[in-house]
Ligand binder design. Structure first.
Ligand code: AMP
Length: 283
């Protein structure tokens, strides 16, 4: 695996691969890699001939007072994992090279970026869209892999690629979980042992909604209340939101007539966790 820092090196490496007729994949990450990230790398290795991974803790998607400084970073370990998976290129740009001091133009996601995570983290999805567009422009992949773990992010990126005619296919990948259901996240490392135990409340809430939906429950308010009740049972957890949303618009339908997504965000101490699950009506 080749590790490069400059945009020019990326372009040369990708150009050489493309000249050999290879299909190029990109997996954007912020590092502190775990099995969730590695599942994206594996999916990319299956579908592409040249797999590029970026590791960049993007400052513009963190708000004031968020965990940008504290965000876990372990490049040596990340490189070992990526080598073992057979990734071809690791791009680790510097902040200065990604954001010129005189840069002015940003990608603004529109209404999808104002909902849920966007309401709690103003500007977050603008930062995500801008950095993802830049990475797509730098690498120019045929395929870009994103996890359903960040369902709102995935939905916004699909919208962005469509609305801005980006020449890339977005490939969604399923959520990888711990045996007790907790979705893998770099932020799980912040949890104390007690918070780690309490964190299973998110999965319980989602499974409760899933079971009700499969049993024929179509009342969104009832499904949402059931999720909230699961979180309320956990004294260490504070609910930010629990909702059932339309897959494309991320707004709340009145009834579950077609597949929708249950989404949940919870605070445990200083750590925010998000998770989601597909809901389909069983009847
Ligand atoms: P991050 O490093 O948190 O920006 O995540 C990079 C990519 O990995 C994003 O597309 C995430 O949605 C994806 N990802 C993170 N955690 C998981 C997980 N548990 N399962 C699947 N994909 C994940």
């Amino acid at each position: 695996m080749e590790r490069v820092v400059s945009k020019e090196e990326v372009r040369q490496a990708v150009l050489a691969a493309r000249r050999e007729g290879k299909r190029i994949a990109l997996i954007p990450t912020m590092g502190a890699l775990h099995e969730g990230h590695l599942s994206l790398v594996r999916a990319a290795c299956e579908r592409a001939d040249y797999v590029a991974v970026s590791i960049f803790v993007n400052p513009t998607q963190f708000g004031p007072g968020e965990d940008f400084e504290a965000y876990p970073r372990d490049l040596e370990h990340d490189m070992q994992l990526l080598k073992a998976e057979g990734a071809d290129l690791l791009f680790t740009p510097t902040t200065a090279s990604m954001y010129a001091a005189d840069a002015q133009v940003e990608v603004i996601p529109g209404p999808l970026g104002e909902l849920w995570e966007g309401a709690i983290r103003p500007g977050h999805f603008g930062g995500v869209c801008t950095v993802v567009s830049k990475l797509l422009n730098i690498v120019q992949p045929d395929l870009a892999f994103f996890g359903e773990k960040d369902f709102q992010q995935l939905t916004i990126i699909k919208r962005m690629v469509c609305d801005l005619d980006a020449a890339v296919r977005v490939v969604p990948c399923p959520i990888i979980r711990e045996p007790d259901g907790l979705a893998l996240s770099s932020r799980n490392a912040y949890l104390s042992p007690e918070e780690r135990r309490a964190a299973t409340a998110l999965y319980r809430a989602l499974r409760t909604a899933e079971t009700l939906a499969l049993g024929g429950e179509r009342d969104i308010a009832l499904l949402t209340d059931a999720m909230r009740a699961c979180i309320a049972e956990e004294p260490l957890a504070t609910l930010d939101y629990a909702a059932v949303v339309d897959l494309a618009t991320l707004t709340e339908p009145a009834t579950l007539d077609s597949p929708a997504r249950a989404i949940v965000a919870v605070r445990l101490g200083n750590t925010r966790l998000i998770d989601n699950m597909q809901l389909t009506t069983g009847v």
